[in-house]
Design a protein around this ligand. Structure first.
Ligand code: SAH
Length: 228
């Protein structure tokens, strides 16, 4: 079974629209749609914005449906000149950019307990996602995707995240979903289409580009499901 999580309605509505044999169930206020796409068993959910909703959704999806893989789809701010609006970032790993126990001597972003900063995505999942993006003729870059409970909209914060984690895109859910998958031993990937520039100048591109960016990530995930 393939699990798909998006934060917002616009990110999961296309997936739900092409699903057949749909059964829905609500857990912790999150609606899970189980069904089929291209003959494959699927479960899809809109988790809501931010790290807590994303974590709750991933944990509930794993415990209830035991998916073979979870892919987080959606939109993100770019941290690099190599990714413009509607281009796509594929995660090789994810980090929590707002997790910081550095006053105690830890490196910024360290997940205490498991003692890692970068949570590695499943290599086969990431490379298939990358292949699907390229096959659709969409500009793609693979690298670190950084998550935090904030909408990044200043050059200062954007540069900090890029320089500290060598990250290519910022958003608000991917690392939480990766973190939950990591502790449960579930394969995962993150696919994000760029909606904005994450700085003073271009963060308001967000409103304009979200629908097209979300559509692009849907086109990729549809192809991924066919090929997985
Ligand atoms: N109240 C709004 C909040 C949207 S937050 C709403 O409910 O629609 C922005 C969403 O897009 C988050 O899910 C996040 O993952 C992603 N995102 C896009 N650009 C971002 C940026 N520059 N910084 C952080 N998250 C961003």
């Amino acid at each position: 079974m393939i699990g798909i999580i998006g934060a917002m309605q616009v990110e999961v509505e296309h997936i739900k629209a092409v699903m057949t044999d749909v059964e829905t169930e609500t857990i912790s206020g999150i609606e899970f749609c189980r069904g089929k796409i291209s003959g494959k068993d699927m479960v899809a959910a809109k988790c809501g914005i931010g790290k807590v909703f994303a974590s709750v959704c991933a944990e509930a999806m794993i415990l209830r449906y035991n998916p073979d893989v979870i892919v987080n789809i959606g939109v993100a701010g770019t941290l690099t000149n190599e990714l413009n609006t509607t281009d796509i970032a594929v995660a090789k790993s994810v980090v929590h950019h707002d997790l910081d126990t550095s006053p105690l001597g830890d490196p910024i972003g360290l997940i205490s307990g498991v003692n890692i900063i970068n949570i590695e995505c499943d290599k086969k999942v990431s490379s298939l996602l990358e292949k699907c993006v390229k096959s659709l003729g969409i500009n793609c870059k693979a690298g670190v995707i950084a998550s935090g409970d904030q909408f990044v909209c200043t050059t200062e914060r954007k540069n900090f995240i890029r320089d500290t984690f060598n990250a290519i895109a910022c958003e608000m859910e991917g690392a939480s979903i990766g973190h939950v998958c990591f502790i449960n031993g579930t394969r995962f990937g993150v696919l994000r289409a760029i909606s904005d520039g994450a700085d003073e100048k271009s963060h308001m591109d967000y409103d304009k580009f979200v629908p097209l960016a979300a559509k692009n990530s849907f086109e990729v995930i549809k192809r991924f499901i066919e090929e997985f």
